[in-house]
Design a protein around this ligand. Structure first.
Ligand SMILES: CC(=O)N[C@H]1[C@@H](OP(=O)(O)OP(=O)(O)OC[C@H]2O[C@@H](n3ccc(=O)[nH]c3=O)[C@H](O)[C@@H]2O)O[C@H](CO)[C@H](O)[C@@H]1O
Ligand SMILES: [Mn+2]
Length: 316
């Protein structure tokens, strides 16, 4: 009898422990450090701000004429890096032509086109005070490598040139097209764009890097927004810090033979988690042609164009 009671209590303790672990796993949101922010309000419109008082730029949050007047007096230069390696040179024409219709029209823009195929860079007529420099880089046979090496190349370009040549810098994906105004309203010291596929997703389900072995690791208990790797911007010195830090973290991962789930985008999200952007761009500034327009999107300004991954990437 005594033995049975003992066994009974042992079993009870064991089961309770299993139960607690199960509850712990199921409800790990209990451990959240803070309530994850929403992107939309109860009526389904974009909220005006992130909970650290950073504006979320969207249609209606600025007066284009007024804001242009303010910035005209500042005589600024906006550097823009764009990478087109291998078959991605085919995107340059639409990217540049649509940029010339919509991107910082009336302001000084300097595009830096990184490519392994300079002869394939199309000649596009640039508007007044828009300039373009082609920079030749080595070919790579892995798309992941091409994408993540953008951090290092941006870091070096800033070190060597941009500190003297520009005030702000944006890094943009080339497989994209401008459909609407993208202007000075997007400027800030550190700027990130909310990813079009994840702004209605709870932060537990964000595709952050979840393996603690990677420098891009973000635990399930943290995270506020999911930012797209296709748009990074800000003051030259702030973007320099970002690019340098991400490049260092990517190097550590490479030395440990680990590649984050979404390469530099994962490292960018880690950086933005602990160095919050001072301005967020709503998904108007980073849409996807494959995604139908939703009611909260009043205008699509910049969008990823459709591409057949198997045909254009050097490797699966
Ligand atoms: C919308 C968005 O946020 N997209 C991000 C996403 O997928 P994406 O599917 O948008 O990645 P992607 O194939 O467009 O590659 C990113 C960029 O790398 C360049 N490239 C890539 C392959 C190649 O053969 N040649 C070439 O030039 C090009 O500038 C391209 O725009 O995840 C990537 C992770 O690595 C990047 O963070 C992208 O920015
Ligand atoms: Mn892309």
């Amino acid at each position: 009898m005594k033995v049975n009671l003992y066994l009974f209590f042992r079993a009870l303790t064991g089961l309770s422990l299993i139960g607690l672990v199960y509850l712990g796993i199921t409800f790990h949101w209990i451990k959240l450090l803070y309530k994850p922010p929403n992107v939309l309000d109860s009526e389904g419109n974009f909220l005006p701000m992130a909970p650290w008082s950073a504006p979320i730029v969207r249609e209606g949050s600025f007066d284009p004429k007024l804001i242009d007047e303010i910035y005209k007096k500042k005589n600024i230069t906006i550097a823009t890096t764009v990478f087109a390696l291998g078959k991605y040179t085919q995107f340059l024409k639409d990217f540049l032509e649509s940029a010339e219709q919509n991107y910082f029209v009336g302001f000084r823009v300097h595009y830096y086109v990184f490519t392994d195929l300079p002869e394939q860079v199309p000649t596009v007529k640039l508007g007044g005070d828009h300039h373009l420099t082609v920079l030749k880089v080595a070919t790579s046979n892995r798309w992941q490598e091409i994408s993540l090496r953008r951090m290092e190349r941006m870091e070096k370009l800033i070190e060597n040139r941009l500190l003297n040549e520009a005030d702000y810098v944006f890094s943009l994906d080339v497989d994209s097209k401008f459909y609407g105004r993208w202007g000075v309203e997007s400027l800030g010291s550190l700027v990130g764009a909310i990813h079009p596929w994840y702004y209605k997703t709870h932060n537990e389900w964000f595709p952050y890097e979840r393996r603690p072995e990677s420098q891009a690791y973000i635990p399930y208990s943290e995270g506020d927004y999911y930012y797209g790797g296709a748009v990074i911007g800000g003051l030259v010195k702030d973007v320099y810090q970002l690019a340098k830090t991400c490049r260092e973290q990517l190097d550590i991962d490479a030395a440990n033979s680990i590649e984050a789930a979404w390469q530099e985008e994962s490292h960018l999200n880690k950086y933005f988690l602990y160095n919050k952007p001072s301005k967020l761009l709503s998904p108007e500034y980073l849409w996807d042609d494959r995604k139908s327009k939703t009611p909260e999107i009043k205008i699509i300004r910049f969008s990823q164009v459709y591409k057949n991954y198997h045909e254009i990437r050097p490797n699966p």
